[in-house]
Design a protein around this ligand. Structure first.
Ligand code: NDP
Ligand code: MG
Length: 389
């Protein structure tokens, strides 16, 4: 029996994870489920999956959850706050942690799971973008098994040779080809981007996802974060990570080898495939995703990304090349800009301008500790807020 903690259970990835888990009751047991404020949804999940522990964001939410669970006769223990998230991510009673909190809020618990040597299923790309080397060092020191959930990185992981480990030295890997759908605005006239609404930005053509990552997909900051994520996961330098637009989202990414071979992983755009892959790795289990009907899809298209249309992609490459805390600053500024856009305080096309402004204002030295990193994150948020207002 594999025992699982799902951080961010009430989100899009969390719900897809529970869907796969429910298909294999003899294989998986849920140890803990966490949410931030969606108490009712978490209560329903707790009654169905009977975890030992549930964690929410505040004492108030915990009280509400406790009363809902007590009424239903549940014995799930209810905790709240960041320390509790870290505790369930590193608990002795769990061996696998799905890290699916959105944004920097997921850093501490994801890192706690890595430090505790868990099998870490990483969806929370922002945590790795922020902490980079510190995160990978924690994985190495504890012997944690880090498995990518992001569909592109999961595809790359599947296309790399099994002997590869995490470093591309040798093995004949020449390039990582990261596919991108191009999001909802790939072909929209450039001069209309200023008037994009949050509703338009979160309506992704191929994937159903949380609001923040949907906006990131529309600006292509998501792909930028994924370039940085690929750098850390696979040890590839920026010039060996190439983004290719592929509007159908059928090829989830590719690995190109020195002999000219290119290996790809294909599938329907449904996160249950990479989730099932990582849950069961190295075995394969049923995920609920239907077969890929290539004849019906008919064609697969590719094009180069338009950096003028998507300045966020260039900003992310630049931050990776700049090193130090530049990726963490980029991530913090992006989180603030996206939130402001969703609250209609910032125009869509000003998102990259805010991020670039913050990166220009702040030095980005290397830091050796998470505390120093979090200090940089807070500063970047303050500067982003002041630029927006
Ligand atoms: P959602 O917004 O759907 O879900 C986010 C989850 O995190 C919810 O459970 C939410 O709780 C919880 N949460 C939000 N804020 C906090 C906080 N401050 N403290 C603790 N928990 C919090 O996001 P997604 O599922 O779409 O994305 C999750 C992560 O996975 C992101 O990092 C994203 O980039 C990555 N990812 C997602 C993909 C997708 O298809 N959705 C694909 C690839 C990567 P509550 O519901 O109570 O607010
Ligand atoms: Mg992705």
């Amino acid at each position: 029996m594999q025992t699982i903690t799902i951080l961010g259970a009430t989100g899009s990835i969390g719900a897809s994870t529970l869907d796969v888990v429910a298909r294999h009751p003899d294989r998986f047991r849920v140890y803990a489920l966490t949410a931030h404020s969606q108490v009712r949804k978490l209560a329903e999940q707790c009654l169905r999956f009977t975890p030992q522990v549930a964690v929410v964001g505040s004492a108030e939410a915990a009280k509400e959850l406790e009363s809902l669970l007590q009424q239903a006769g549940s014995r799930t223990e209810v905790l709240h706050g960041e320390q509790a998230l870290c505790a369930v991510a590193s608990a002795r009673d769990c061996d696998t942690v799905m890290a699916a909190i959105v944004g920097a809020a997921g850093l501490a618990p994801s890192l706690a799971a890595a430090r505790a040597g868990k099998r870490v299923l990483l969806a929370n790309k922002e945590a790795l973008v922020m902490s980079g080397q510190l995160f990978m060092d924690a994985v190495e020191q504890s012997g944690a098994i880090l498995l990518p959930i992001d569909s592109e990185h999961n595809a790359i992981f599947q296309c790399l040779p099994h002997t590869y480990g995490r470093r591309p030295d040798g093995h004949g890997v020449s390039k990582i080809l990261l596919t991108a759908s191009g999001g909802p605005f790939r072909t929209r006239p450039l001069d209309t981007l200023a008037s994009v609404t949050p509703e338009e930005a979160v309506a992704h053509p191929n994937w159903v996802m949380g609001r923040k990552i949907s906006v990131d997909s529309a600006t292509m900051m998501n792909k930028g974060l994924e370039v940085i994520e690929a750098h850390w996961l696979f040890g590839a330098p920026a010039d060996r990570i190439e983004v290719v637009i592929h509007p159908q989202s059928v090829i989830h990414s590719m690995v190109s080898y020195d002999d000219g071979s290119v290996l790809a992983q294909l599938g329907n755009p449904d996160m249950r495939t990479p989730i099932a892959h990582a849950l069961a790795f190295p075995e394969r289990i049923e995920s609920g995703v239907g077969p890929l009907d290539l004849a019906r899809i008919g064609r697969l298209d590719f094009e180069a990304p338009d950096m003028a249309r998507f300045p966020c992609l260039r900003l992310a490459y630049d931050a990776l090349l700049a090193g130090g805390t530049a990726p963490a600053i980029l991530n913090a500024a992006n989180e603030i800009a996206v939130e402001a856009f969703l609250e209609r305080r910032l125009a869509f096309h000003s998102i990259p301008a805010v991020i670039e402004g913050v990166l220009q204002k702040l030095p980005a030295p290397d830091v050796g500790s998470i505390d120093a990193l979090l200090e940089q994150d807070r500063t970047a948020r303050r500067v982003a807020l002041s630029l927006i207002s």
